[in-house]
Each structure stands twice: as structure tokens, then as C-alpha cells.
Design a protein around this ligand. Structure first.
Ligand SMILES: [Zn+2]
Ligand SMILES: [Zn+2]
Ligand SMILES: [Zn+2]
Length: 389
């Protein structure tokens, strides 16, 4: 978890003090966070959001019911100690990100905001609410919404370490959608755009959860064309041959396999596509590709290039992970039972490298996804880039 001295993910700037009481100086939302309609609302004590009781319960099923969130010490019966969104913003549901250092969270959130800014064409006002060109419109907008958020604001908050979890970032991004629906209506072109922004955020956050190191390397790929060949140091990915929807067998990185899940996520060398496939359709990597089914003719040039890239990756892995053990005969991923077992098989020296002073016999259950003594990666360099832009 992130340090407790960090700012709350919702330490909002004051947009309008509505009552000089002991209540934090947030401008209270007059519209429900869930259905975006007004009415009698429960207010959150720690952020601007407000909810219909039923709507809070609907969202609360993810954490707590509205009743459990009510602030019983408040003289007003309409206050919640912390709303469902605040609850989600302070504790991560993404296991890989649970122990992510704050600078990594910052880089991920900044990268998502920048990608939203530069990677798409949005009609105004999603990138930056234009206060100068149309001050009257902006004032009207500011009067209606409780909190002004646009993509540039997200980037600024991310750069200032205002998000201690990825969920906190998503919760803040949702203001864009909420405000847009209030101002333009649910069935507007603007609302469609805002929904797309949230969809993109969610996809990006899932990619960051899959491997934060891959995520950041990919977002900085113009600075390093070998980004896919470089190993991920905190989350090493075993290699495999996978039967993907477009190829009979293709060299891949095995990115994720949730325990009990019937699919593994792999990423192909060569074109870096992501696929979810059954573990039975993936073999641990070896020099010669396994014969998945009746052979489908000669392997193409791109398949050979992809394999060359996989071999380069093995060489890079050996520099930091020690020996890379490849099976002597075909070994289906499903026979290993878990991603951890695949990691242990392929990188037999990893535990010694990560925990050089610990008794290996006693520490069999070390969680490979969240090592405490991982080698440093190149965060510092990216960090500087993030601060300078
Ligand atoms: Zn509602
Ligand atoms: Zn709240
Ligand atoms: Zn990775």
C-alpha cells in the first residue's frame, strides 16, 4: 500500500464554499453520481459526490451498502463517512498494483492522461475547458457542476501524486462523464465521447495491471524500439508457444493467468498483440515450436522474425534472471497449474536473485508478483521525463 502520509486521492481544490460549517469545503454535487439525476441525495463527507440512497446501494454492492457508509456522528442524516467511489479510490482491487511504488502510479496515470490528450481527437471541452475563449459558457458550466475536471486536469493531478491507486484515477476521470451528462444530457454526442474516454481509461488501467513495466515501456516505445525485448524485472514473463486465433503456433510472453481462470493472457512477439487463450493451447517455450495439430505448411517470414525476437529476449533475460530453463520436451502450460509454477520452472535462479539472504527452503511461498527486493528498473529516467514535460 502507498504511504499514509500521501495526500488523499480526493484532496480537492475548493471550487465554491457553500456553507461555512465543519463540513469540508467542497462544492456539493446536486446530481447523483450514479444516475446523474437530481433529487434528495446523500452527501459524501470526503468528496463532492452525492448519491440517491438506492443508487449508492447499487454501487455499494461492490464495497459497502449506503447504510454501512452513513456517518452516524453527523448531526445531519444525509452524510456518508466516505462514499462508494471514495472507498474504491483508497484501496486497490488490482493485485499487481497493490505494492506499486508511488512514482510508478504517477507515471502510469500521467501516461494515460497524455495518451488521452495526444492519441485521440476529442471535440472540446474534453481536453481543456477553455476559460479564455468562452468565459461566459465556462462560468455557466462551473455553476452547474460540482467539480471541474478535464483531461489536462487529470494529467496535472497525476503529476502531483494525487492518486494513490489506479481506482482513484478512474474515479476522478468519471467526473468528465458525470459533468458531461449533467450539462449535455445522457443521449448526446458529448456524452458518447465522454463514455469513450472512460472506456479507454479502463482498458489502459487493465493493461497497467497486467504488467506495469510493460505498460510504461510501451508508452515510451518511441524512446526504445527494443522495449519488448527488454525483460520486466519485477514481473518476469515466462515464454511460450501459443495457438492464437490468427496463428497455429507463435512465440509469446505469458502475461497473466488468474488462479482458477480458464484462460491465460499472452502477448505475441513480432506484433505485440494480446490474446486470451486456454492454458491447454500454450506450451512453455523451447527452441523448436511444438506441433499443436496437423502441421499447416511452412512457417512464414514474420513467424521467423518473431522467433528471432523471442530468442533475443531469452538472451536479455539470462543477463538479469540467471539461467532460463527451457523444457526438453513439449510442456503444456496447463500441466504446470499456475503462472507461478511456470515462472519457477523457467527462472530457477530467480528466488536466489530476489532474496539473496533468505533461506530458500523456508520461503517457498514468496509471491513472485510482488517481490520486496526486486532489482531497480528504469523508473528514474522516465520520472525525469514525466516531470520535464
Ligand atoms: Zn441516482
Ligand atoms: Zn466520496
Ligand atoms: Zn511486463
Amino acid at each position: 500500500m502507498a504511504s499514509s502520509s500521501l495526500p488523499s486521492p480526493f484532496s480537492e481544490t475548493t471550487l465554491g464554499l457553500i456553507s461555512p460549517t465543519s463540513i469540508p469545503p467542497f462544492k456539493r454535487d446536486l446530481y447523483c453520481w450514479v444516475c446523474h439525476v437530481d433529487g434528495p441525495l446523500l452527501k459524501c463527507k470526503t468528496c463532492s459526490r452525492a448519491y440517491h440512497r438506492n443508487c449508492a446501494n447499487q454501487l455499494g454492492s461492490l464495497c459497502h451498502t449506503a447504510e454501512a457508509l452513513m456517518d452516524t456522528e453527523s448531526p445531519s442524516p444525509h452524510f456518508m463517512k466516505g462514499c462508494p467511489e471514495c472507498q474504491m479510490g483508497t484501496k486497490t482491487i488490482f493485485p499487481n498494483m497493490k505494492q506499486a511504488p508511488i512514482q510508478e502510479l504517477r507515471l502510469i496515470c500521467v501516461a494515460i492522461a497524455r495518451n488521452l490528450r495526444d492519441g485521440y481527437f476529442w471535440p472540446n471541452p474534453f481536453y481543456k475547458l477553455d476559460t479564455e475563449k468562452s468565459p461566459k459558457e465556462f462560468q455557466e458550466y462551473k455553476d452547474i457542476v460540482a467539480k471541474v475536471v478535464d483531461i489536462s486536469e487529470l494529467e496535472k493531478l497525476a503529476g502531483n501524486d494525487q492518486f494513490v491507486t489506479l481506482e482513484g484515477f478512474l474515479g476522478e476521470a468519471k467526473w468528465i462523464l458525470h459533468n458531461t451528462i449533467i450539462v449535455h444530457g445522457k443521449c448526446s454526442r458529448e456524452a458518447d465521447c465522454a463514455k469513450e474516454i472512460i472506456d479507454i481509461c479502463e482498458l489502459e488501467l487493465l493493461a497497467a495491471e497486467l504488467c506495469p513495466e510493460c505498460f510504461l515501456k510501451e508508452h515510451n516505445r518511441e524512446k526504445d524500439e527494443l522495449w519488448f525485448i527488454k525483460p520486466c524485472l519485477r514481473h518476469p514473463h515466462p515464454l511460450g508457444w501459443a495457438k492464437t486465433p490468427s496463428n497455429p503456433n507463435w512465440p509469446v510472453k505469458i502475461m497473466g493467468w488468474t488462479p482458477g481462470s480458464s484462460s491465460v493472457t499472452v502477448r505475441s512477439f513480432g506484433d505485440y498483440q494480446r490474446f486470451d487463450i486456454p492454458p491447454s493451447k500454450c506450451y512453455l517455450y523451447m527452441k523448436n515450436p511444438p506441433k499443436f495439430d496437423s502441421h499447416r505448411g511452412e512457417r512464414g517470414e514474420d513467424a521467423k522474425l518473431a522467433q528471432k525476437e523471442a530468442e533475443q529476449h531469452v538472451t536479455e533475460l539470462e543477463k538479469v534472471m540467471g539461467k532460463v530453463r527451457l523444457p526438453e520436451k513439449e510442456c503444456r502450460l496447463s500441466s504446470l497449474g499456475s503462472l507461478d509454477n511456470a515462472i519457477k520452472f523457467m527462472f530457477p535462479e530467480l528466488e536466489r536473485i530476489w532474496c539473496p539472504n533468505e533461506d530458500e527452503e523456508e520461503d517457498e511461498e514468496v509471491d513472485k508478483n510482488t517481490p520486496t527486493s526486486a532489482p531497480n528498473n528504469n523508473l528514474e529516467r522516465d520520472d525525469d521525463v514525466a516531470n520535464n514535460n
